[in-house]
Unconditional design. Structure first.
Length: 154
């Protein structure tokens, strides 16, 4: 007999059917229960990668300025993971060049997507991403860690 759909690895597919333990004892009627289970993200209240991508795209798309200096144009946001780390790839245009920058958030920053994506949470996450993009841009020539974060596409 399959495990409980909430704890079963098979429940990730979204639909899980099994016989109730008392079905065999119910006489002429067999009771089949079809459970529609939620994904791991939905069960834990965690935002899905697609939800985070859509929300960050709304927050960050277009030109981002640091107050009169460099302007980065956020072209695309990709979210490959939300748990245990929040892993983003952000495609930016700056000074006539297009770059893909990888941002990996752990701990508190990653936990920002572990609940509802409130406007306050999204604003803070957007500020973090924007700040890290500008920090990456200004240090990519001098810091090896920053240099590894970005890949020039054109």
């Amino acid at each position: 007999m399959p495990k409980d759909p909430v704890t079963s690895g098979n429940a990730e597919a979204g639909v899980f059917a099994y016989l109730q333990p008392y079905a065999a004892l119910s006489g002429a009627y067999a009771i089949v229960v079809l459970h529609v289970t939620k994904s791991r993200a939905e069960r834990t209240g965690m935002a899905t990668p697609e939800q985070v991508r859509e929300a960050l795209t709304r927050k960050l798309s277009g030109p981002q300025s640091e107050g009169g200096g460099t302007s980065l144009d956020v072209l695309e946001v990709t979210v490959s993971s939300v748990f245990p780390d929040l892993v983003l790839k952000v495609r930016v245009g700056v000074s006539g060049q297009i770059w893909e920058v990888s941002l990996d958030y752990q701990g508190y920053e990653a936990s920002l997507v572990s609940g509802d994506l409130t406007e306050e949470t999204l604003s803070y996450l957007g500020l973090l991403v924007r700040t890290h993009l500008f920090e990456w841009w200004h240090t990519k020539e001098t810091e090896r860690f920053s240099a590894r974060m970005g890949r020039r596409l054109s």
